[in-house]
Design a binder for this molecule. Structure first.
Ligand code: MTE
Ligand code: HPA
Ligand code: MOS
Length: 792
């Protein structure tokens, strides 16, 4: 057949590197995107609710479920003893019972599940159990855990050089304590699982999870089945933020147990209060630090001891602590360091992954210290930050031994300093504060360096499946999960680019353990990196087969065949993609393929905490300007400028959205989101009425987010870089701008003892401390000990 000859495009075909709307944007806006609770229910579906512990630590002397079973609509109630397989949903260490046995370890711990005809009937009945407890002493805070030597794992330590000797030589030393609170993931769609029994002991679980493969394993173990009996499917989540990496397991397992026992489909959907009471959050951290520095503000020795509130079980606390240890350096070269982390065992929710995964908690400690060094020396913190930045050819090895080869901190900071008019605004703020007794402004620029990859090497793998149908349409399935971050859009772009077809011909289907096996969690910001590469591999295999076939049909050289603009360009012909596909099908060419990717060059020794754990680093920096009312502690973010290194961005629109979202989410963590447990260990802030996440009015009116022009030096997917988590560290600048404004109350001579979250109450406490310190003429005190409050 004759085809019009089209000249080679002068620009290469591209579906990547361009702004594209989220593949579900229209569905989101129209309310037509299907979340787990929107899946049409199978006839006979039952609804479940969990019965929760009301004690932080107690023996269960007696559990009377008769009043539960007597409630209207109730079909059954099950406890640990009814579980057909193993009573465990722990991701790494098996210390996480699905239902408590004999003893409860926190307020909110599930003890039983009740199944009823409706969601409301199940919830009502769940509260009717009569539990007789014998109360035991409870440990609630990381400080208390440390004092009691109560840990879920052996403490870890990373040392480089000789910190002790370096301290002895250090001209100045700053020491203190800091407390940084945790954070609720507050995904808009709560935890949910819908389990449907299938023939011959099979079980289908549709649930909101970042980790379908782990849900498959947990459900199989709980039911005493093999993995091949269980299929887990997730089209999308209404947010995960780490909260559905491991902790979707409880809900998946409990729903599956109830479905297996009743032999009916069972849906378990947590309401917000239960979700917040039951599930773990970002770990709060308690730090004791000691840092030596010279007259120029260069750090010469650093020691930090971090205690995390792990909660009652290990969950992901080990890897979270590891990432905290590996991010204590943030952007700074630390020659002689001694970093310790202990996962304090407490009678609270088992804390888990949350965007940044310990990285933000590790890095904020060094930023706090640098802020103090600058004030002690009477210098602009930006200068002290720069003086400590990693170098390019020297001072470029991290404490864990990875040599940094892609450092852009200097260039990126210089660009932001200039575009944000940092110096001019610093002067303007000083002038404003000099004449403003009540309202005080503050400014800060903080950098981010964030390692991309799972520390655990084997998790850095992904698979994909690409189908080209006979009509030329393309379906891609990969091991990653969509939680709003745009992974499907990015993977679709990669596949469209590879096959030279328009995005409208590519569709992504639900993540499904029956399609791609043995997947890792979509986490550590690696989702698009790993699954993009795997999908590219699959699409390339199909393209190569099609190219070989095209040459057979039309002649020419395989190496010269091009796929672009919905056509295959071969030996002077431009064959429409669907036409070539149809011909290839008739010629019995395989039109679908799997693909696989494993990140090269990674290794990690958990014993010495050294190796090459990260594929590359993502960088960024932000400048924030705030105004604080020093009489009320209220404050406002006036302007924020963020510059983020997304490498050669796959999709700048999505990446800018990720930076904006992470910035505001991180700002919430450090300012308004306060988790508060009462003395009996009950989380009292378990709903939006008492737990304040940022609203639209908390966003700065002047918000300038830009991407830094920087191709990845590593061979990542189209030289892009991850964007999911690292920008969460950018609002450190908000926290330190608030601290700067507070410090102006004492003419910047005193280090305000500011813990996070910097709530209005905390801001007032810090102002008060500064005023007391100034009036007692203590002035700037190296070794000023920040106050620590017993329970955040
Ligand atoms: N963005 C949205 N909209 N919703 C989310 O739940 N999770 C974050 C981040 N961005 C999240 C998000 C977290 S914790 C991670 S690890 C990454 O997305 C995961 O996605 P990626 O690896 O595909 O970037
Ligand atoms: N991030 C998120 N999840 C993880 C990680 C990590 O670094 N390691 C293990 N699980
Ligand atoms: Mo993200 S905390 O790694 O799910």
């Amino acid at each position: 057949m004759n085809h019009p000859v089209t000249p080679e495009l002068t620009a290469p075909w591209t579906a990547v590197g361009v702004a594209r709307p989220h593949e579900s944007a229209e569905l989101h806006v129209l309310g037509q995107a299907t979340y787990t609770d929107d899946i049409p229910e199978v006839q006979g579906t039952l609804h479940a609710a969990l019965g929760l512990s009301s004690k932080a630590h107690a023996k269960i002397l007696n559990l009377d479920l008769a009043p539960v079973l007597a409630c209207p609509g109730v079909v059954a109630a099950y406890t640990a003893g009814d579980i057909p397989g193993t009573n465990d949903c722990g991701p790494i260490i098996h210390d996480d019972p699905i239902f408590a046995v004999d003893e409860v370890l926190y307020v909110g711990q599930p003890i039983f599940i009740v199944v009823a005809d409706t969601h409301t009937n199940a919830r009502r009945a769940a509260r009717k159990a009569v539990v007789t407890y014998e109360e035991l002493p409870a440990i609630l805070t990381p400080q208390a855990a440390k004092a009691a030597g109560s840990y879920v794992l052996p403490p870890m330590r990373l040392q480089r050089g000789d910190a002790q000797a370096a301290f002895e030589r250090a001209p100045h030393v700053v020491r203190g304590e800091l407390f940084v609170g945790g954070q609720e993931q507050f995904y808009l769609e709560g935890q949910i699982a819908y389990a449907i029994p299938k023939e011959n002991r099979g079980m289908l679980v549709q649930c909101s999870t970042q980790h379908p493969s782990e849900m498959q394993h947990v459900v199989a173990h709980a039911l005493g089945l093999h993995s091949h009996h269980v299929t887990v499917e997730c089209r999308r989540m209404g947010g995960g933020f780490g909260g559905k990496e491991s902790q979707s397991a409880l809900w998946a397992a409990a729903a599956a147990i109830a479905a297996a026992l009743t032999k009916r489909p069972v849906k378990l959907r947590a309401d917000r209060d239960d979700d917040m009471l039951v599930t773990g959050k970002r770990h709060c951290f308690y730090y004791e630090y000691e840092v030596g520095y010279d007259d120029a503000g260069k750090i010469v020795a650093a020691r930090v001891d971090m205690t995390l509130r792990a909660g009652y079980s290990a969950d992901l606390s080990g890897p979270v602590a590891t990432r905290a240890v590996c991010h204590f350096d943030n952007a700074y070269y630390l020659s002689d360091v001694d970093i310790r982390a202990g996962c304090g065992k407490t009678n609270t929710q088992s804390n888990t992954a949350f965007r940044g995964f310990g990285g933000p908690q590790g890095a904020i400690a060094i930023e706090y210290v640098i802020d103090e060094i600058a004030r002690n020396l009477g210098r602009d913190p930006l200068d002290i930050r720069r003086a400590n930045y990693y170098g390019k050819s020297e001072r470029n090895e991290t404490p864990y031994g990875q040599v940094i080869v892609d450092n852009v901190l200097d260039e990126l900071t210089a660009e932001l300093e200039s575009t944000s008019a940092y110096r001019e605004r610093r002067e303007a703020i000083a002038a404003f504060n000099a004449t403003s007794p009540v309202l005080k402004k503050g400014l800060a620029l903080t950098p981010v360096k964030f390692g991309i990859a799972f520390n655990v090497t084997h998790l850095n793998q992904a698979g994909a499946l690409v189908h080209v149908y006979v009509d030329g349409s393309v379906l891609v399935n990969h091991g990653g999960t969509e939680m709003g971050q745009g992974i499907n859009t990015k993977v679709m772009q990669v596949v469209a680019h590879e096959l030279g077809v328009d995005m409208c011909h590519v569709r992504a289907s639900a993540t499904d353990t029956g399609k791609v096996a043995n997947t890792s969690a979509t986490a550590a910001s690696t989702g698009a990196d790993l699954n993009g590469k795997a999908a590219q591999d699959a699409a390339r295999r199909i393209r190569e087969r099609l190219a070989a076939f095209a040459v057979k049909q039309y002649g020419g050289d395989v190496a010269a065949v091009r796929f672009h603009n919905d056509a295959v360009h071969v030996d002077g012909h431009a064959v429409p993609f669907p036409e070539l596909v149809q011909k290839a099908y008739l010629a019995r060419v395989q039109l679908w393929s799997d693909g696989f990717y494993a990140t090269p060059g990674l290794h990690w020794d958990p014993k010495t905490m050294t190796g090459h754990p990260f594929s590359y680093y993502s960088y960024g920096a932000a400048v924030s300007e705030v105004v604080v009312d020093t009489l009320t502690g209220e404050w406002k973010l006036l302007r924020a400028d963020a510059l983020y290194d997304a490498g050669a961005s796959l999709n700048p629109a999505i990446d800018i959205g990720q930076v904006e979202g992470a910035f505001i989410q991180g700002m919430g963590w450090l300012t308004t989101e306060q988790l508060w447990w009462n003395d009996a260990g009950k989380l009292m802030t378990h709903a939006p009425s008492t737990y304040k996440i940022p609203g639209i009015s908390d966003c700065p009116e002047d918000f300038r987010v830009r991407l830094f022009d920087n191709r990845n030096v590593e061979d990542s997917i189209h030289r892009s870089k991850a964007t999911g988590e690292p920008p969460l560290l950018l609002p450190f600048s908000v926290f330190f701008a608030i601290r700067d404004a507070i410090s102006s109350v004492g003419e910047h001579k005193v280090n305000p003892p500011l813990n996070a979250p910097a709530t209005s109450e905390e801001i007032l406490r810090a102002i008060d401390a500064v005023q007391v310190s100034v009036s007692s003429k203590q002035g700037s005190v190296p070794g000023f000990v920040s106050r620590v409050f017993a329970d955040e």
